[in-house]
Design a protein around this ligand. Structure first.
Ligand code: ADP
Ligand code: MG
Length: 234
C-alpha cells in the first residue's frame, strides 16, 4: 500500500468490508488493527493500551501486525493519539497503516476524537495511512470521508447513502454501486481492481500471544450488542 493514503470502506453488513480491508492492509509491514468485533486474526492480539505499548514499542522500526481488542474506548483513542502525537513534519513513528474497523464506534457525524481528527487531516505529516470501515458513509465524521483518497463501496441499498456518496464519487459510480452483487466493490477514484492476494512472508513471526478472555465466538454479537441495522426511515 502506498504511504499516507486514507481509504474509506463502506457497504451494508456482510458486504465484505472487513475482508476487503484486511486484504488492503495485509502487505503493510507495520499495521495496527482496531477490531471491536473480534474478527481479525492476522497479527498479535492485545487487549489494552499498556499491552499495545509493550508489544509495539520495541518493534518500532521492525515489522509488526497488532490487533487491538480493547475493552476501554480510552485505550483505543490513546493508540491514535500516540500515532499523531508531536509536531507535524516531525514524524514520531516509521510509517504505519491503521485499520479502524467499525469506525462508527469511534466517531459520529458530530463527534470525532482529537487523535482521529489529526490523523485524517494531517496523517501525511505523521506517516500514517488509514483504512476506515463503516456500514454507512454518514456514520463517519465528515472529516473522514472528506479527506478520503480512496472510497471502496460495497453493496449499499439506502438511497440517501448513495446520494451522499455521489457527492464524492460522482453519479456514474454511485449508480454502479447501487447494482453491486455480494462482495463486489467499486473503488473511487480509479476503480482499482480488488487487490491481489498478498504473497511473501507474513508481516510478523507470531510469538505466543496473550489471548483475550473469555473466548467468545467471533462475528457480530461477539462483544456486547452490535448497533442495529439502520432502517430506511431513519
Ligand atoms: N470476496 C469474497 N469472496 C468470498 N467470500 C467473502 C468475500 N468477502 C467476504 N466474504 C465472506 O462474507 C462474509 C461477510 O464478510 P465481511 O468481510 O465480514 O463483511 P462485512 O465486514 O461487510 O460485514 C464473511 O463470511 C466473509 O468470509
Ligand atoms: Mg465487518
Amino acid at each position: 500500500m502506498r504511504e499516507n493514503v486514507i481509504t474509506v470502506v463502506v457497504g451494508k453488513k456482510g458486504s465484505g468490508k472487513t475482508t476487503l480491508a484486511r486484504d488492503l492492509v495485509l502487505a503493510a509491514p507495520r499495521r495496527i488493527i482496531m477490531d471491536p468485533m473480534w474478527e481479525h486474526t492476522d497479527g498479535v492480539i492485545v487487549t489494552s493500551f499498556a499491552g499495545f505499548e509493550a508489544y509495539v514499542r520495541p518493534l518500532r522500526r521492525a515489522r509488526y501486525a497488532v490487533i487491538c481488542r480493547f475493552m476501554d474506548d480510552d485505550d483505543r483513542d490513546a493508540v491514535v493519539d500516540l500515532l499523531t502525537d508531536g509536531e507535524p513534519n516531525n514524524a514520531p513513528l516509521p510509517s504505519v497503516v491503521v485499520l479502524l474497523d467499525e469506525v462508527d464506534r469511534m466517531c459520529s457525524p458530530s463527534t470525532i476524537p482529537e487523535g482521529l481528527r489529526r490523523l485524517v487531516n494531517y496523517g501525511r505529516h505523521f506517516n500514517v495511512s488509514l483504512v476506515a470501515v463503516a456500514r454507512r458513509p454518514r456514520q463517519m465524521h465528515r472529516d473522514v470521508t472528506a479527506n478520503a483518497d480512496r472510497i471502496c463501496i460495497g453493496q449499499t441499498q439506502e438511497p440517501r447513502d448513495l446520494d451522499y456518496l455521489a457527492e464524492f464519487i460522482g453519479q456514474e459510480l454511485a449508480d454502479r454501486a447501487a447494482g453491486l452483487g455480494e462482495h463486489e466493490f467499486v473503488v473511487w477514484p480509479d476503480d482499482l481492481e480488488r487487490p491481489p492476494a498478498p504473497v511473501g512472508p507474513p508481516a510478523v513471526e507470531l510469538p505466543p500471544e496473550p489471548t483475550p478472555e473469555p473466548a467468545v465466538p467471533s462475528g457480530e454479537g461477539a462483544l456486547g450488542t452490535p448497533d442495529p441495522e439502520p432502517t430506511p426511515s431513519e
